[in-house]
Design a binder for this molecule. Structure first.
Ligand code: ATP
Length: 247
């Protein structure tokens, strides 16, 4: 099924559209079947958040933009759900911040790696890392640990959308500044992040790009101030309160 099969008048149009993108991703060999489960979990949290970017998520997105602009070697990690849901938005964010793109899969197969890299190139990416697989993240078993030495391996700031908790924790442990996009404020990934962005990836990435464009001419002191003003624990608490209907 494609995007056009959902009538725009449907009250759950946006949500169904995203579901169909994931289904199409599975059909094209981009997204794993486990990706369907992750989508379902995300959808439930998004529903509770009111399917909007809450103010604390907007602040996180601005802090994420400032981190990326300050970084020397920023990398955006792309998995099968990210590639299916927001390929163009991912490429645009990389362009706006000078970040590299690296395919990084929990259920890694060469075929899926190639499909995702090709899909990103179709959406304008010039270079896609991840296929070298010559680096390792310590503390994870062989398959899960694989990264490019020249990409995530030597990155200072990493954007990891929809990441599994073990890997997010392992990346934080080796000192990466981690920007996690995850709709569940209680997930280990969100909790191990330097900047937890509790928002849907389809809203989060374009908003980080907008902030990055706005901050493009900011000097180092201004970027530092944006980074320092952000409090991850307060942002997680605000997201949880929004979900619980306390705000
Ligand atoms: P953890 O170990 O961190 O607690 P997990 O490994 O159990 O999490 P998964 O089931 O792999 O988590 O799902 C990945 C996460 O991505 C979930 O927390 C889900 O809410 C989130 N997620 C799914 N779809 C989206 C989306 N479109 N935008 C943002 N987050 C999403």
């Amino acid at each position: 099924m494609t995007d056009v099969d959902v009538p725009e008048s449907h009250p759950r149009y946006e949500s169904l559209l995203l579901r169909h993108r994931i289904e199409a991703g599975v059909e094209k060999g981009i997204t794993s079947e486990q990706g369907l489960i992750a989508q379902g979990r995300g959808e439930a949290f998004d529903y509770l958040l009111g399917e909007r970017t809450i103010p604390s998520a907007d602040a996180a997105e601005r802090a994420a933009a400032a981190h990326l602009l300050r970084a020397e070697r920023p990398v955006i990690s792309v998995n099968g759900n990210v590639a299916a849901l927001a390929p163009g938005e991912t490429v645009e964010l990389a362009e706006a911040t000078g970040a590299d793109l690296e395919v990084n899969l929990f259920n890694r197969t060469e075929e899926r790696m190639e499909h995702i890299a090709a899909h990103l190139r179709e959406h304008g990416a010039e270079e896609v890392l991840g296929l070298e697989a010559d680096g390792r993240v310590p503390g994870l078993d062989h398959e899960r640990a694989t990264v490019d030495a020249d990409g995530i391996g030597r990155a200072d700031v990493v954007v990891v959308p929809l990441e599994d908790g073990d890997r997010a924790e392992a990346l934080a442990e080796i000192g990466k500044t981690e920007i996690v996009v995850d709709l569940n404020p209680l997930s280990r990934s969100a909790r191990s992040a330097t900047v937890p962005v509790v928002d849907n990836i389809v809203r989060a990435l374009p908003n980080v790009t907008d902030h990055a464009r706005e901050l493009a001419d900011a000097d180092a002191a201004e970027l530092d101030a944006v980074v320092e003003a952000f409090d991850p624990e307060a942002a997680l608490a605000a997201a949880e309160a929004a979900i619980r209907g306390q705000r």
